[in-house]
Design a protein around this ligand. Structure first.
Ligand code: ADP
Ligand code: MG
Length: 169
């Protein structure tokens, strides 16, 4: 079993519902168990127009290889109606393999750790919420000027935008 971390994002349609649905799909993958899932966060698109994103990070333990897992992520994206008209286009669902154990992979189809994760508050804040040991204070410092607002947390009485609370920096 390998501990993997998946970054989820959506900014078209019912984004929060899509992210929640995708986390259920991930938990249901073959040879995979759910370990933890972060709160939902809201972030402004980076280098792109369009509505705000809903983001989250999920940890799973899996016997799938990293490439098998990537294929599963892409299949879930397609079921959610993902299209790729251009780079950074708005999307119904984006699933990125952030970390796969301690593996460093650099193939044309798959780079792990995800090469842009260290520049993105909408990845690092939810990741730090569920796996603080994987992120240093210095790494969080790099993204502290970016906005990523926590919308809900596990165990909150209600999930949704009424639960907005600024994440502690
Ligand atoms: P992005 O998430 O960077 O906005 P896409 O979701 O459109 O872009 O992904 C583009 C390509 O990135 C995919 O076809 C996939 O093969 C590749 N890729 C490389 N490394 C990863 C990774 N760690 N997780 C997800 N996709 C990856
Ligand atoms: Mg992606």
């Amino acid at each position: 079993m390998v501990r993997a971390f998946i970054g989820l994002g959506a900014n078209l349609g019912e984004a929060a519902a899509t992210v929640e649905w995708a986390m259920q799909q991930l938990a249901g993958l073959t040879a995979t168990t759910r370990v933890a899932q972060s709160s939902l966060y809201r972030s402004v698109p980076v280098d792109a127009p369009g509505p705000d994103y809903i983001n989250a990070v999920m940890a799973i333990d899996t016997d799938l290889t990293a490439h098998e897992l990537l294929q599963s992520l892409q299949h879930i994206e397609q079921v959610a109606g993902r299209e790729r008209p251009c780079r950074n286009a708005p999307r119904t669902l984006d699933l990125d393999l952030l970390l796969y154990g301690d593996a460093c992979l650099n193939t044309p189809a798959l780079q792990v750790p995800h090469p842009r994760m260290w520049q993105r508050a909408f990845v690092l804040l939810p990741l730090a919420e569920i796996a603080p040991d994987r992120i240093s204070a210095a790494q969080l410092q790099v993204v502290q000027v970016q906005s990523a607002v926590r919308l809900s947390h596990p165990g909150a009485p209600e999930h949704g935008v009424n639960q907005v609370a600024e994440v502690k920096k």
